[in-house]
Design a protein around this ligand. Structure first.
Ligand code: I6G
Length: 679
């Protein structure tokens, strides 16, 4: 379909096109909001909307109150008119436990003299209740709940919400239909809105519910029109002329184009209520909107009438609430925690508070910027949020309750665990401890990285073993690996003499690594295998690398200002210097990179080394790599040659099974000699 040139259209053509666009856009809305099946991408929707707006601008007499273009908002109001509800908007009785739900079901069964009752169950959205009046199928009024008797006329604002049809679809609707439901702000819209607000330096919305309520209270509906709002219907003011039953009514509303929550279910008896509650509670964190509980309603309209209402709440309905996700408490202190990668996270120590079903004493403050943004101070009253299994967080500060002695937080300059300097890059939110090689909080992970295949390749030093070594304080830095004794290893769980011997041999074998491997093993931030190789080839010695300034570092391929800064921070840290000295003292001697310009006769070949060789395995590997071979740790069908030393085990068996060529050490030596190399 091609857009019409509005300027050139004649009035008859324009009127026909406007009618077609009304139909088209409301069909798009219906598929998007009610059927949850968008028909066209947003850009196409926007194109059609602009076409309609252009036609209405050229022919103002074609602009009707039910035009989809009216969703952009109109002239600002001075205030909201009061609206008297034809039928009072009741509230719901609340239940906070399964016991109260059982009692509700008991009362209902007794009142109806039934043994098992059919209920309609739905999520209870955390939004704003609204009453929508349709006369002859056209939306004529939208009113807030107010005190249940009188609300505010927010029609102009509600008309901007694309999910709410301005005209009902199909046929058969009563001449007067009052639909009630909840206007809410979907979480994605809320987050996008706040991200944009933050970028512009505007005040963010406190939460989706406040976002929805605030949006509806705008006197200028053009502002509401820009807010991401949506709607689900949950009941009607009068059931006259409608099908029998809550579920059937909602189904009918859907046919008329009114969005109904897809989670609505028909359930049987108290077990059905409890199962539904549990299912929704489990699903809560994955829903695209906030809910604070579920609503149960006796389904049959006759039964509802029999039960009636009491003190402004129907006896036939109940809201079962989830435990509150937000609570107030006082922030006693802010400590910092050091994560396994050195990331430093400020943690709020709180007066214990019951929230989200558990007692919370600590909550994350994420990082320094978040603390500044929320203006959190020690001593403040804060709102703590615990949603599902997510770590509790300090959501916001109650500034009006701020005590005069409240103290701003200062990020420590030294790591609380190891005392090393704390660094923070200008483009990062997270502060980090630079004592990667000594910090106990980071030690286990660092050691594992140090020993890993692409680093020092120490076979047999697995996660559980490293955890034990750190826990028993047998090592406090990677250098201590080289002073481990068989006696101390034998004190560990599941460590026999043979394993201890093998491990010590593997550690010893790693004492002559290539320079690049050692660099990678040190775990300098953002220095991966490739960058480590580039740095090693460029500087060729630890001394040259350590004394390089940022300019010299950035001259290396792959190294930008961030990596250069990490390298410098690492070598500046005295703790790291001590570990390098201790490694040297323990006999570690790295090998400067070979000149890689020579011939590469083994290029494209994959070699594996196994068993005991007369030289450390790392040395043999380097010699092979200098000839262009790739040396890997496991045998497969792709392996070119397996070099088997003394007491070779499972790798040799596997190679034989796969028909991989197997050499002994002498054959390898001869090959190296042939190419003018040796070890
Ligand atoms: O189904 C419902 C969802 C939420 C409701 C309801 C509600 O209040 C926020 N309130 C009433 C009075 C009824 N159903 C009948």
């Amino acid at each position: 379909m091609k857009p019409t040139d509005s300027a050139g259209a004649d009035p008859v053509q324009a009127a026909a096109r406007v009618r077609a666009l009304h139909e088209l856009l409301s069909r798009y809305d219906h598929h998007y909001y009610v059927l949850d099946e968008p028909l066209v991408p947003d850009v196409e929707y926007d194109r059609r909307m602009r076409e309609l707006q252009a036609l209405e601008a050229a022919f103002p007499e074609l602009r009707t109150s039910d035009s989809p273009s009216q969703r952009v908002g109109g002239a600002a109001l001075d205030g909201f008119e009061e609206v008297r509800h034809r039928v009072p908007m009741l509230s719901l009785a609340n239940a906070f436990s399964d016991e109260e739900v059982r009692e509700f079901d008991q009362r209902v069964r007794k009142g109806l003299e039934q043994t098992r009752v059919r209920y309609s169950a739905e999520p209870k959205l955390d939004g704003v209740a609204i009453a929508l009046t349709y006369e002859q199928g056209e939306l004529v009024q939208a009113a807030t709940r107010g005190d249940g008797q009188r609300g505010e006329n927010v029609t102009a604002n509600v008309k901007t919400i694309a999910a709410i049809p301005l005209r009902l679809r199909g046929a058969g609707w009563p001449p007067l239909l009052e639909v009630r439901g909840e206007i809410y702000m979907p979480l994605a819209g809320f987050e996008a809105w706040n991200a944009a607000a933050e970028e512009k330096g505007d005040k963010p919305l406190v939460n989706p519910r406040n976002g929805a309520a605030g949006s509806l209270r705008q006197l200028d509906s053009k502002i509401t029109a820009r807010r991401p709002l949506a709607f689900y219907a949950y009941s009607v003011a009068s059931t006259e002329g409608l099908p029998d039953g809550q579920g059937a009514i909602l189904e009918q509303l859907k046919q008329w184009g009114i969005p109904v929550n897809p989670e609505v279910r028909s359930v049987q008896g108290v077990q059905g209520l409890q199962d539904y509650f549990e299912r929704l509670q489990g699903k809560r964190d994955t829903l695209p909107y906030d809910i604070d509980g579920v609503v149960f309603k006796v389904d049959a309209l006759g039964d509802q009438a029999l039960l009636g209402s009491v003190s402004r709440a129907p006896r036939w309905a109940l809201a079962q609430k989830f435990p509150a996700q937000e609570e107030m408490t006082q922030l006693r202190a802010i400590d910092v925690q050091v994560g396994r990668t050195g990331a430093i996270t400020p943690v709020a120590r709180l007066e214990p508070v019951f929230v989200g079903g558990v007692t919370v004493t600590n909550a994350t403050l994420h990082n320094e910027d978040e603390i500044r943004r929320k203006d959190v101070r020690i001593g403040d009253w804060v709102v703590v949020r615990r949603a599902g299994d997510v770590i509790p967080e300090v959501a916001r500060v109650l500034k009006e309750r701020r005590p005069p002695h409240a103290q701003p937080f200062l990020m420590p300059t030294a790591c609380p665990v190891c005392g090393s300097a704390v660094e923070r890059n200008a483009d990062e939110a997270v502060a980090r401890c630079t004592g990667g090689l000594v910090c106990a909080a980071q030690l286990a992970q660092r050691i594992q990285h140090f020993a890993s295949r692409q680093a020092m390749d120490i076979e047999g030093l697995g996660e559980k073993l490293v955890a034990q070594l750190v826990e028993r304080q047998l090592i406090s830095s990677v250098a201590d690996l080289y002073t481990l004794s068989a006696e101390s290893l034998l004190t560990l769980e599941r460590m026999g003499e043979k394993s201890a011997r093998n491990l010590l041999a593997a550690i010893d074998d790693s004492k002559t690594p290539e320079f690049a491997r050692l660099l990678f093993a040190l775990g300098i931030r953002e220095v991966g295998v490739v960058t480590a190789k580039q740095l090693a080839n460029h500087f060729r010695s630890m001394e040259a690398l350590q004394s390089a300034d940022c300019e010299a570092l950035e001259a290396v391929d792959d190294v930008g200002p961030v990596v250069a800064q990490h390298v410098q921070a690492f070598f500046r840290e005295p703790h790291n210097q001590h570990v390098l000295e201790a490694l040297a003292a323990a006999g570690l001697r790295y090998q400067a990179p070979e000149c890689l310009d020579g011939p590469q006769p083994l290029a494209g070949q994959i070699w594996v080394l196994t068993g005991a060789l007369s030289v450390p395995r790392s040395q043999a590997r380097q010699a092979l790599e200098a000839l262009g071979a790739k040396v890997t740790g496991s045998v497969s069908g792709k392996t070119t040659v397996l070099v088997a030393g003394e007491a070779a085990g499972s790798k040799l068996t596997k190679a034989e099974k796969l028909g991989v060529e197997v050499w002994d050490e002498d054959a390898l030596r001869a090959l190296l000699r042939e190419h003018g190399k040796s070890w």
